[in-house]
Write a protein that binds this ligand. Structure first.
Ligand SMILES: Cc1ncc(C[n+]2csc(CCOP(=O)(O)OP(=O)(O)O)c2C)c(N)n1
Ligand SMILES: [Mg+2]
Length: 138
């Protein structure tokens, strides 16, 4: 039986790694949190949780005037998933809660997931340009 991790990464005195991901991206790659917990790595995930593939839904709305199948009926409880994988976690809904959770996360020296609930209707300005380009065949 393997008793020690093959990979020895420094654990103390290091700056944490911070990943900013969407909730659908988290659904695709989030199991890596378990590896981080096993190895005791100070990785912070900030999950921008807007109940689905909002970029896809927003682009569908811009191009076709309706959305189809891109948003979740059951939003992910990213904080609960993270705890289940061995990480610490906080679910936040306001900027104040986010700032406090980020401070905790950066000082935890352990895997930490911030499940930040955000509005799916907020979209990057660049998406409108992308829709225009697609409409004109670009
Ligand atoms: C492995 C993989 N599959 C599919 C895509 C296509 N894709 C690009 S953005 C996106 C939606 C991602 O949703 P989320 O991570 O929740 O971000 P949001 O748009 O909601 O902010 C998808 C499916 C991709 N980039 N990579
Ligand atoms: Mg999303």
């Amino acid at each position: 039986m393997l008793r020690r991790p093959l990979l020895r990464l420094p654990r103390t005195g290091c700056r944490p790694v911070v990943a900013v991901v969407g909730d659908a991206a988290f659904a695709m790659g989030g199991m890596e949190i378990h590896t981080a917990a096993e190895l005791g790595l100070a990785v912070v995930w900030i999950v921008l949780n807007n109940s689905g593939n909002a970029m896809v839904a927003n682009l569908q709305n811009l191009l076709f005037g309706r959305e189809s199948g891109a948003l979740y009926t059951h939003p992910l409880d990213a904080a609960a998933i993270a705890r289940g994988l061995g990480a610490r976690a906080a679910l936040v809904r306001t900027l104040g809660e986010f700032a406090s959770a980020l401070d905790d996360a950066l000082h935890s020296n352990a895997p930490f997931v911030i499940d930040a609930r955000v509005d799916g209707d907020e979209m990057p300005w660049s998406l409108r340009g992308r829709a225009e380009a697609l409409r004109s065949g670009g």
